[in-house]
Design a protein around this ligand. Structure first.
Ligand code: UDP
Length: 471
């Protein structure tokens, strides 16, 4: 019997994207995968994408295992109910995972790969004596920030004594001199509330990560070497196998298909891009979860229009709270018709790889950040929560592939930043982004660090099989 991995992502678009790519890489290396997915997300995947080919393309090697998340069918499951979802999943999933791990049939799993927030997996895997790897699909710099929080709390730095958001943090190696208070995840920038379920989740995650047999990250050495070195002090076995979408492209023989979207893609934007001049379009998207206020929407739209740039805007249903399109002033609608394109969901990787795109106004989700880095597209970062405040700081200050608009959403600032990235400092940013893109490509190519870490991960998983057989 070959090795068999249970993959258990968070039921959200970003983690699903990453984990499906990992699943495909494992299948390509003759490792069988069972992909645990909530019934809700499974239905959406099948409805809106080509996810089915995963199960047919890899025959018996890949199967979805849909499970209930414990919430009522008509529950909205938006980002605002995330804690509720986690509590409910935390009650519904453990018995199912336990059953799957103790199964003694031909399909008995040899290893579990779970999202770092699914901390219940630690005890269940240990009881079943099945090795566990945590895959944190957010950025390693944010994970390292999380790992520093207990020390900051112990040192009395956190909660911060004053609200000077521009003060640099201390007691956090590799983050000192980079991160200011405002660059920390939103839940610890003010008075940290230890009863906040989000804080509890993060602190639990930090405690559980070193209890696993290893950590998987969607990053590459050149990008994150200093923080990876710090994390290694606490969790020595790290696999940095990113950017996963680029690594998968190198391993696949067939051409690219985007089979991981839980929203229906509108490909009309690709033909629109085909008719735009090279590097002239700003791509605007805030990912699969963020919601902006109506006021902020108008500030960003005014700023973008006033910059004179062409733009492709993803207006995901529900991404602007309470917006009625008739409220959009005529001059903005006219400008959008003349030099803009709006879709409800775009084939993002393809958009970023299109020669007409020259900049990305992003919420700084980790997948979007990596996709932009691989495509060599400079970013204007407008972070909202989780790892996004950290990512946007690294984009602006450390990797220098864009500007961080954090904590301001004003049409004048937006206009200025769009002009900087699309005109004034265009060549400088494009040059820097190209260097990053080449580094990312090198990491997934032959002899690259991510390719080597993937080989090691595959060997380790196959050897885990051997070691459990010999137990
Ligand atoms: N995405 C997409 N089309 C869109 C917007 C986003 O395919 O119109 C994808 C994007 O390529 C990325 C994911 O959705 O892989 C968003 O993940 P990210 O980590 O950037 O942000 P999140 O949605 O988790 O906040």
């Amino acid at each position: 019997m070959g090795a068999h991995v249970l993959i258990f992502p968070l039921p959200l678009q970003g983690p699903i994207n990453c984990m499906l790519k990992l699943a495909e890489l494992l299948c390509l290396h003759q490792i069988k995968v069972t992909f645990i997915i909530t019934q809700h997300i499974h239905r959406r995947l099948l409805h809106s994408s080509h996810a089915q080919p995963h199960s047919t393309k890899y025959g018996d090697s890949f199967r979805f295992n849909p499970i209930p998340d414990g919430l009522p069918h008509d529950h909205p499951r938006t980002v605002f109910e995330f804690s509720e979802l986690m509590t409910s999943l935390g009650a519904a999933a453990p018995p199912i995972l336990h059953q799957m791990l103790i199964s003694t049939d031909d399909h008995s799993p040899t290893c579990v790969v779970a999202d770092g927030l699914l901390t219940f997996a630690t005890d269940i895997a240990a009881q079943a004596r099945v090795p566990l790897l945590y895959f944190d699909t957010i950025s390693p710099s944010a994970i390292w920030t999380y790992m520093c929080l207990p020390k900051l709390i112990q040192a009395g730095d956190l909660p911060f004594k004053d609200d000077n958001q521009d003060e640099y943090i201390r007691n956090a190696p590799e983050l000192e001199g980079i991160m200011r208070h405002r660059d920390l995840p939103s839940f610890c920038r003010g008075a940290i509330d230890f009863t906040d379920p989000q804080v509890d989740l993060v602190l639990k995650q930090v405690h559980h990560m070193p209890l696993s047999q290893g950590l998987i990250f969607n990053t590459f050495q050149r990008l994150d070497a200093p923080v990876l070195a710090q994390i290694r002090n606490l969790c020595p076995n790290i696999y940095a196998i990113g950017p996963l979408h680029a690594l998968l492209l190198k391993n696949r023989t067939s051409c690219y298909i985007n089979s991981t979207s839980i929203y229906q893609e509108d490909r009309s934007c690709i033909s629109w891009l085909d008719n735009q001049p090279a590097r002239s379009v700003l791509y605007v998207s805030i990912g699969s979860l963020c919601v902006m206020t109506k006021e902020n929407f108008f500030e960003v739209l005014h700023g973008t229009v006033n910059s004179g740039s062409r733009f492709l805007w993803v207006r995901r249903p529900g991404s602007v709270a309470g917006l009625d399109p008739v409220e959009i002033p005529n001059e903005l609608s006219r400008a959008t018709e003349e030099r803009g394109c709006t879709v409800s969901w775009a084939p993002q990787q393809e958009v970023l790889a299109h020669p007409a795109v020259g900049g990305f106004l992003t919420h700084s989700g980790w997948n979007s950040t990596l996709e932009s880095l691989v495509a060599g597209i400079p970013m204007i970062c407008w972070p909202h929560y989780v790892d996004q405040q950290v990512n946007s700081r690294f984009v602006g200050e450390v990797w220098k592939v864009g500007l961080d608009m954090k904590d301001s959403c004003d049409r004048v600032v937006v206009e200025k930043m769009v002009r900087e990235v699309m005109e004034v400092r265009k060549d400088e940013f494009l040059e820097r982004a190209k260097e990053m893109s080449e580094a990312a490509e090198a990491s997934v190519g032959e002899g690259g660090s991510s390719a080597a870490d993937l080989d090691r991960l595959i060997d380790d998983i196959k050897n885990m099989k051997l070691s459990t057989e010999h137990k």
